[in-house]
Design a binder for this molecule. Structure first.
Ligand code: ATP
Ligand code: MG
Length: 391
């Protein structure tokens, strides 16, 4: 069967917005869909916009349906064939599609949604299609199973047109990217920060990843992994900039190690990262800083320590989308969004990290330690030597 249309479903969270917001979100969604198709060289002839649906006319319906599952705001997609909404025409297409899909002994269900005025109900469509399929393919021993079918023949009747399909690919919903401010994301290349980035993207925030290169306390494997993770994440943000800040941070760590109790190393290092991120956020006019910290995940991530970290930046809120996730939940999400393989690739971990980091650092002591460091100059130097690369 030659599919000629993609049914794109959205709604969910977009659908419950006020009329004005919904319009703005739909416009953005449409933009992001078009950019994604263009990026993947999928050509199309037309977009038909309806409430909760976009019908895309294209000869590459299968490919388009698959690519669009990575556009935030899309609930699901189906490659489909279009026909007019007369019951005979609908049944004929459905039977053709069933012929290709239903093998011997298969179970199936017909499901129909109908919007507009028609001389039949959606139940009529299901009955008619079901009967015709059973009669036409008698020899195949097919059976109707409404509860748990192996195959579903879907029909969407929309005014004068109808769309028939057998496959529905799940999207991830969320808000269209760009519907919220961009954010600066501290991206280490590990699983937690990757998932944190994705979760804010899902709420509409385009991301600008910032990677701190801790060499010589890490090496090029760590950097390469972070860049690969960024690339993976950008698959979800087609049509938006793909830039990454690479900040040399080894010298900062060296200075920190020189003068301070070892157990404060991670706290001091992170507070520097936050400060530098704040400068970048200002330069990028970002709405916040995002990290992959979760309560108690690491010694440096006790709730107490997170407060000490946040204290280093006043101008921007620090958002921690995986704050309440445990390892399994984070990893599940990482798998779902296909970054897990990259984030768990072997890479050098920071050799400056102490064996016994402070789990309850005292702000006074942290500040005292920082007095010995030329904080302002370190931040300035880091921002100045940061490289912006497009991946
Ligand atoms: P991840 O899985 O994201 O590496 P983690 O649980 O291993 O996180 P930490 O290494 O303590 O925790 O880092 C906490 C957070 O600080 C990270 O999630 C990330 O947002 C940020 N971060 C840590 N190291 C770097 C780095 N080298 N570059 C950028 N951000 C970093
Ligand atoms: Mg890590």
């Amino acid at each position: 069967m030659k599919f000629d249309t993609v049914v794109v479903r959205f709604g969910g969270e977009i659908g419950v917005k006020s009329e004005w917001t919904r319009k703005a979100y739909e416009k953005l969604l449409l933009r992001n869909i078009k950019k994604t198709l263009k990026h993947h060289n999928v050509s199309y002839e037309a977009f038909i916009r309806k409430r909760g649906r976009i019908y895309i006319k294209t000869k590459q319906a299968k490919e388009a349906a698959s690519k669009l599952t990575k556009v935030f705001g899309v609930s699901s997609t189906s490659p489909a064939v279009e026909t007019n909404s007369e019951l005979d025409a609908v049944a004929q297409k459905a039977v053709e599609l069933a012929d290709e899909t239903l093998k011997n002994n298969a179970s199936f269900a017909v499901r129909c949604r109908r919007i507009g005025k028609h001389p039949y109900s959606s139940m009529d469509v299901c009955r008619e299609v079901g009967e015709q399929v059973l009669t036409r393919f008698k020899g195949r021993n097919l059976r109707v199973d409404l509860k748990n079918p192996q195959h579903t023949i879907g029909v969407e009747v929309r005014d004068k047109k109808a769309y028939v399909f057998t496959e529905t690919l799940h999207g991830v919903d969320g808000f269209p990217l760009g519907s919220q401010s961009r954010v600066i994301c501290l991206l280490s290349g590990g699983t937690d920060s990757a998932v944190a980035c994705w979760l804010v993207m899902k709420r509409g925030c385009p991301i600008i990843p910032v990677y701190f290169d801790n060499a010589p306390f890490t090496d090029e494997t760590t950097t390469a992994r972070a860049l690969d993770v960024a690339k993976k994440l950008f698959e979800w943000s087609i049509g938006f900039p793909r830039k990454v800040y690479m900040v040399p941070h080894g010298e900062n760590i060296r200075k920190i190690l020189e003068k301070n109790p070892k157990k404060l190393t991670c706290i001091l290092c992170k507070r520097m990262m936050y400060r530098i991120a704040e400068h970048i956020a200002e330069a990028e006019n970002a709405g916040g800083i995002v990290t992959g910290e979760s309560i108690g995940e690491q010694a440096s991530q006790t709730l107490h320590n997170l407060r000490i970290l946040s204290e280093a930046v006043a101008g921007y809120p620090v958002h921690r989308p995986v704050l309440g996730f445990n390892k399994t939940e984070t990893e599940e999400t990482a798998r779902k969004i296909s970054v897990f393989e990259v984030t768990t690739r072997k890479a050098a971990s920071c050799s400056a990290a102490p064996k016994k980091p402070a789990i309850k650092a005292e702000l006074e002591k942290v500040k005292k330690a920082e007095e010995k460091l030329p904080i302002e100059r370190m931040v300035e130097e880091s921002v100045k030597t940061a490289k912006i690369i497009t991946v």
